[in-house]
Design a protein around this ligand. Structure first.
Ligand SMILES: Cc1cc2nc3c(=O)[nH]c(=O)nc-3n(C[C@H](O)[C@H](O)[C@H](O)COP(=O)(O)OP(=O)(O)OC[C@H]3O[C@@H](n4cnc5c(N)ncnc54)[C@H](O)[C@@H]3O)c2cc1C
Length: 433
């Protein structure tokens, strides 16, 4: 039997971030991860000397970027050029991404060009919170008139959120994410696995114990207070604080009588976002100028990540394609569509192929700020003292990895402020204050 101050269940980005902040506050902390490797969905795999993430991953200038910088991570990589094509009616056309492409794009009329430019400029400075309670569709239809400008905005907002339809996501958080994306995304050298490695090193340097290959089976709660974490291999750890950095359904399953707590609401209100991911490493690009494309009438995205990041030890070009999925999906059809986009962007790519990875259905996030949400999850599970949640699904308005880091910090902050209150109450009780 061991005893620590904080147990973090799940060693993805949320779990590692929570552990680092807990350790920085002087707490003896353990992370328990069921997989062999830390990192969760942010791992990278090396295949034939090319680094593949689990699908396209870009780091925007939001909470995660600021947090990693605050922690002193190097985040090696570069910002890609914003020049982009749009896929419309099976053809490629330049999208308005700078003055030249704005004036030359055949996709927009003169009036459409003016509307697009003025809306983008306004959006860059806008407070997005007033749009937290309306859908993306309501925002687009209420703010844009030109049909093609609307189509392009739908496409940009889909890429920012990974959500295929415009009726569910709350517009405010996605518009904020688009603002962050317009400030420039970072493509990381050696993929997001390098970021996980930096977090792992930071955690280890701060004295966090990292247990991998260890699956937590339940959290023992007595009298409404966290007591112990139990693992499938028999490991038991006594603790007063548990941060569940797992998906919401797992968090719910780990806690006895979770049906009487907010964990049940958070699990039931969650709407998963999924994507089919095709990644290829090519010897060279058949069309070197065609590096990035948004689908306008197709729910796809194409990006050559090697245009900004070191992703291969022998100069191969690593390209990621995403097919944003709704509820009904067909793995073969999605692959066919993604290969069709590759044919359009890089005709002859099959002759240059070194290695390919196809992930037919990846969960990009387990929940997000949508209009059917009853409440924002966490940071604390109100019915159980010492129990907290973190993860990209525990968003309070942040999107994707920004929600993972923000929720992790919220959980630790909440834990520390409760401890402060308890300590002050004890002093008051003893008449010290
Ligand atoms: C295809 C794809 C593209 C993406 N693109 C972007 C992007 O461009 N930008 C962006 O910001 N974000 C992106 N994301 C999202 C980003 O990857 C996630 O937000 C982030 O990695 C989530 O981290 P997390 O720690 O919340 O969850 P996870 O990474 O899922 O970590 C949860 C961990 O808990 C562990 N676990 C579960 N149950 C147990 C148990 N019982 N005991 C012990 N451990 C357990 C799991 O093994 C896992 O390691 C993308 C995701 C995908 C899939």
């Amino acid at each position: 039997m061991q005893k620590v101050d904080v147990v973090v269940v799940g060693g993805g980005i949320a779990g590692l971030t929570a552990a680092i902040y807990a350790a920085k506050a002087g707490k003896q902390t353990v992370v328990i991860e069921k997989q062999e490797r830390l990192g969760g969905r942010a791992i990278s795999n090396k295949k034939k000397r090319a680094y593949f993430n689990l699908g396209a991953h870009s780091l925007y200038k939001g909470d995660a970027y600021a947090t990693f910088r605050e922690l002193g991570l190097t985040l090696q990589g570069k910002q890609p050029s914003a020049f982009a094509y749009g896929v419309w009616k099976g053809k490629l056309s330049a999208l308005p991404s700078d003055m030249k492409s704005l004036f030359t794009t055949p996709l927009l009329s003169w009036k459409g060009k003016m509307e697009f430019a003025s809306c983008l400029m306004k959006l860059m400075k806008a407070d997005t919170h007033p749009f937290d309670r309306i859908s993306i569709r309501e925002w687009v239809e209420g703010n844009l008139r030109d049909p093609m400008v609307r189509n392009i905005f739908y496409s940009l907002l889909r890429a920012a959120s990974y959500v295929v339809g415009p009726d569910l996501p709350a517009a405010g958080p996605v518009l904020k994410q688009l603002q962050n994306a317009l400030k420039g995304a970072l493509y990381l050298d050696r993929g997001w696995g390098a970021l996980v490695e930096e977090l792992r090193t930071k955690a280890a340097d701060l004295g966090v114990r990292l247990l991998t290959n260890t699956k937590v089976s339940s959290v023992d709660i007595r009298g409404g207070i966290v007591r112990q974490v139990l693992c499938e291999d028999g490991t038991k750890i006594n603790t007063r604080h548990v941060i569940l950095a797992t998906p919401p359904a797992v968090a719910n399953d780990l806690v006895p009588f979770a049906e009487n707590t907010a964990l049940r609401t958070w699990k039931e209100q969650a709407i998963e976002v999924n994507a089919a991911c095709l990644d290829v490493a090519l010897n060279r690009l058949p069309k070197p100028k065609q590096q990035f494309a948004y689908g306008i009438d197709q729910t796809v995205l194409f990006s050559n990540y090697s245009r900004a990041a070191y992703l291969s030890d022998d100069g191969a070009q690593v390209i990621s394609l995403i097919k944003y999925q709704g509820k009904d999906t067909d793995a073969d059809k999605d692959l066919h569509e993604l290969e069709g986009v590759l044919d359009l962007m890089q005709p002859g790519w099959r002759d240059e192929l070194i290695v390919k990875q196809y992930l037919p259905r990846m969960t990009v996030c387990h929940d997000f700020m949508h209009l059917k949400r009853l409440e924002n999850p966490g940071p604390a599970v109100p019915e159980i003292q010492g129990l907290y949640v973190a993860g990209e699904w525990a968003s309070h308005g942040e999107v994707l990895v920004d929600a993972a880091t923000a929720s992790a910090k919220r959980a630790v902050q909440h834990m520390l402020s409760l401890e402060d209150k308890e300590r002050n109450a004890q002093y008051e009780h003893r008449g010290v204050i």
